[in-house]
Design a protein around this ligand. Structure first.
Ligand code: ASP
Ligand code: MG
Length: 434
């Protein structure tokens, strides 16, 4: 008998009809002889709507209250889903994150799991019942309700799969798996059959929304096999695991490991991100310690910076410009902190640009194949798209473009690396993409 953790995203449970449909899948998995634990997100765009509502009350809602508000979305879906499953003659019980034993730190809005003690979930499963757990939430050691950050239900699912030693964590969404690009932008995108944790981490960190970054980190740390698939079809989705080949025994001879590596495709996919902005600190003195001071100030605001570029300084002035990218949401506090220290930091002015887009090409095979950057830059040239910033890792190349050129850039790169599918358009079954 297998223990399966299934996670259903908001677009899979957007209304009463969808909840009944998902309940049928769950009941079928149970009747097929599996132990089933379900993690569910809030219905449709509920979380965004609750955020909008809070914004109508106050521009800066207290984080603790915002967390209580947002976790109510998952309470609605979990209870309705438990009712729907019970209606089908299968016993089911729903639990909040707190009841399910998801213990976090106290950082509201982006809490990290510190412990998973799913006693009640285990008890429920042992009684032959389906346990439904509210995604995206936990409780801090001081008994405050917390949320795990947007898309956090994926993390709940992977953490429970690890804590319960499940055989697989199935992530049900509104597309058939992980694609070579977002099918909403590139209809010719192809479903990827297998991807490694390493590649999936880079894709998720670069803006691919199909899996939350922290969930992938967690899956890699605890070696949880993740199967991303659609709740609207029965198609096999994408398997996210440690290697491209069949599971390799860690004690196997080095030759076997290399063989598995060689199966790695050069490119896994193209991710894009519109959530960042660029700040340029203009005219800073080019001397030791300047960058350190600037980024100490930035770090002090809690901003999560991404790319950094420092220009060559003009010899006659000894001044340089430093640009960096960061999430839109972190920009106001960062600009304010830098402005407050203009005199001490000695810069001339600040420029803020929120019209940028980032494209990232990811693939483990890049490590051993020359010419990938040249092909990427060549394709952007042919499409007439200007590159504003570049950064790389061993298995990723990212470029910043104008935001309105981003979709064209993604399509051009997808084609340039022969990723387009020969057999028809990718299906997007549901979801507003919000
Ligand atoms: N409902 C939350 C969100 O929309 C969590 C999730 O969907 O995973 O971010
Ligand atoms: Mg959601």
């Amino acid at each position: 008998m297998a223990l399966v953790v299934q996670k259903y995203g908001g677009s899979s449970v957007s209304d009463a009809h969808s909840i009944k449909r998902v309940a049928k899948r769950i009941a079928a998995a149970k009747r097929a002889g599996n132990d089933v634990v379900v993690v569910v997100s809030a219905m449709g765009d509920t979380t965004d709507e609750l955020l909008d509502l809070a914004g109508q009350i106050t521009p800066l809602p207290p984080q603790r209250e915002l967390d209580i508000l947002l976790t109510s979305g998952e309470r609605i879906s979990m209870s309705l889903l438990a009712m729907a499953i019970t209606n089908l003659g299968v016993k089911a019980k729903s639990f909040t994150g707190q009841q399910a034993g998801l213990i976090t730190d106290a950082v509201h809005g982006r809490a990290r799991l510190v412990d998973v003690v799913p006693h009640r979930i285990r008890e429920t499963v042992e009684k032959g019942q389906v346990a439904i757990v509210a995604g995206f939430q936990g409780v801090s050691s001081s008994n405050d309700v917390t949320t795990l950050g947007r898309g956090g239900s994926d993390t709940t699912a992977v953490a429970l799969a690890a804590g319960l030693d499940a055989d697989v964590c199935e992530i049900y969404t509104d597309v058939d798996g992980v694609f070579t690009a977002d099918p909403r932008i590139v209809p010719s995108a192809r479903k990827i059959d297998r991807v490694t944790y390493e590649e999936m981490l880079e894709l998720a960190a670069s803006g691919a929304k199909v899996l939350a970054l922290r969930a992938v980190e967690y899956a890699r740390r605890y070696d949880v096999p993740v199967h991303v698939r659609s709740s609207f079809s029965n198609t096999t989705g994408t398997l996210v695991t440690g290697t491209h080949g069949d599971a390799i025994d860690p004690n196997a001879p080095a030759g076997d490991q290399e063989e598995a590596e060689m199966e790695a495709p050069i490119i896994s996919g193209v991710a894009h991100d519109r959530s960042e902005a660029k700040i340029t600190v203009v005219g800073v003195p080019d001397k030791p310690g300047t960058a350190a001071r600037i980024f100490e100030v930035v770090a002090g605001t809690g901003a999560n910076i991404d790319m950094i570029v420092q220009n060559v300084s003009a010899a006659h002035t000894g001044l340089t410009d430093i640009s960096f990218t960061l999430p839109h949401a972190d920009s106001p506090s960062t600009l304010a902190a830098l402005n407050a220290l203009q005199e001490e930091l000695g810069f001339a002015s600040l420029q803020y640009d929120d019209q940028i887009g980032k494209l990232s090409l990811v693939g483990a095979g890049m490590k051993s194949h020359p010419g990938v950057s040249a092909r990427l830059f060549g394709a952007l040239r042919d499409a007439g798209i200007n590159i504003e910033m570049i950064s790389t890792s061993e298995i990723r190349i990212s470029v910043v473009t104008r935001e309105d050129a981003l979709d064209d850039a993604v399509r051009a790169i997808h084609t340039a690396f022969d990723l387009d599918s020969a057999d028809g358009e990718a299906v997007v079954y549901a979801g507003s993409g919000r």
